[in-house]
Design a binder for this molecule. Structure first.
Ligand code: GLT
Ligand code: MN
Ligand code: MN
Length: 386
């Protein structure tokens, strides 16, 4: 009943199920899988797509011949399994060259290298079928604001994205960019920390129509923000090009836990939002299994992400169809149409009508809002007793 199907567009990065359990305090706990093995693992658990950073697939020092062989093998695995590549991205954070950022590095040669690396990675992604290209600026930031002028850094960031948009247009690629915000980690402070910052930045670009956002649950939760509200902002702006689903409590480091595993009620509202508005993009699980897991448990992790999404989708449909919920929502949104003239925006007539209206403020304040009841029903649906 909760079987993943291609129409659900469930995808995983090579770096997610391929995570080997390294952390700042400990060495890997799992042996590395090859990209081909990861594609087969994803097919086994029922995923639809695989995403990658350039260097998840092709090591940074690979020769052109090695690159070609790796790409051939990877393509064969995709063809054998039916797994597709919806999204690709660039690793602009692991190599020491990016210790002070990539597009916002203070070193013009590093900025140029980052641009060249991204051009090559875009070509690789497009060759494998990607139509979305993600930019997570993990090293684009500072520890000390004595070291970088934020205005100058944002100007460099803007110029890099503008250059890359122009390249994509020049090549005639069918590719859109998605900026992924994160407030901190690995830098003390990262530029474009939230969905709202990214949306404001996009409006300053040369080709804003080519650029949207890739919000991640964990990244907004790190900042203590309501993720669904951020996603709604992006959707309203026509900018929800991609989404990174995972979970974690507020105020922690970037834990990338299994989707829905920490705050299932927030995950419910997110899934309900995505399904209610008819989101059609990838549902990408940017998460990884516990460090204590072996690869059997990694499969349980991946299956769990998809299964939880589908369970919450069913719960959202149950919520929408519940007669008491419908009755409560109808009461909450009751509207006799008296003020519908305001829906047409400003006019002299609307202004005059509004000025002429007397309001009984005390009576308005007495309106019944049975929100406790509605929230308890939500919880009981989630807890499976309704
Ligand atoms: C890294 C980061 C993720 C980004 C990936 C894309 S890499 O794991 O924490 O949130 O989506 O660069
Ligand atoms: Mn994360
Ligand atoms: Mn992410």
């Amino acid at each position: 009943m909760y079987e993943p199907k291609p129409e659900h567009k469930f995808s995983f990065g090579l770096w997610t199920v391929g995570n080997v359990g390294r952390d700042p305090f400990g060495e890997p706990t799992r042996a590395a899988l090859t990209p081909v093995q990861i594609v087969h693992l994803l097919a086994e658990v029922g995923a639809w797509g695989v995403n990658f950073h350039d260097n998840d697939l092709v090591p940074i020092d690979a020769t052109p011949a090695q690159r070609d062989q790796i790409v051939r093998d990877f393509k064969a695995a995709l063809a054998a399994t039916g797994i597709v590549v919806p999204m690709a991205t660039t690793n602009l954070f692991s190599d020491p060259v990016f210790k002070d950022g990539a597009f916002t590095s203070n070193d013009p040669a590093v900025r140029a290298y980052a641009l060249q690396k991204t051009l090559n990675a875009i070509d690789l992604g497009v060759e494998l079928g990607a139509t979305t290209y993600v930019f997570w600026g993990g090293r684009e930031g500072t520890e000390s604001d004595s070291t970088k002028n934020p205005l100058e850094a944002l100007k460099r960031y803007r110029e890099a994205i503008n250059f890359l948009c122009a390249y994509v247009k020049d090549q005639g690629y069918n590719l859109r960019f998605a900026l992924e915000p994160k407030p901190n980690e690995p830098r003390g402070h990262i530029f474009l920390p939230t969905v709202g910052d990214a949306l404001a930045f996009i409006a300053t670009l040369d080709y804003p129509e080519m650029v949207g956002v890739n919000p991640e649950v964990a990244h907004e939760h790190m900042a203590g923000l309501n993720f669904t509200h951020g996603v709604a902002m992006a959707h309203a702006a026509g900018k929800l090009f991609h989404i990174d689903l995972n979970d974690q409590l507020f105020g922690r480091y970037d834990q990338d836990f299994r989707f829905g595993s920490m705050m299932p009620k927030q995950a419910f509202h997110l899934v309900k939002f995505l399904e209610d508005v008819g989101y059609t993009g990838s549902r990408h699980f940017d998460a990884h299994a516990f460090r204590s897991s072996n690869y059997e448990d990694v499969k349980a992790f991946a299956r769990g992400c998809m299964r939880t999404y589908l369970i919450l989708k069913e719960k959202a449909a149950q919520f929408n169809a519940d007669p008491e919920v419908q009755q409560l929502l109808a009461a909450i949104h009751a509207d006799d149409g008296t003020f519908s003239y305001l829906g047409g925006g400003y006019s002299r007539e609307a202004l005059a009508a509004l000025r002429a209206t007397g309001f009984d403020r005390a009576a308005l304040a007495q309106r019944d809002l049975p929100y406790e009841r509605l929230d308890q029903i939500t919880l009981e649906i989630l807890l499976g007793v309704r």
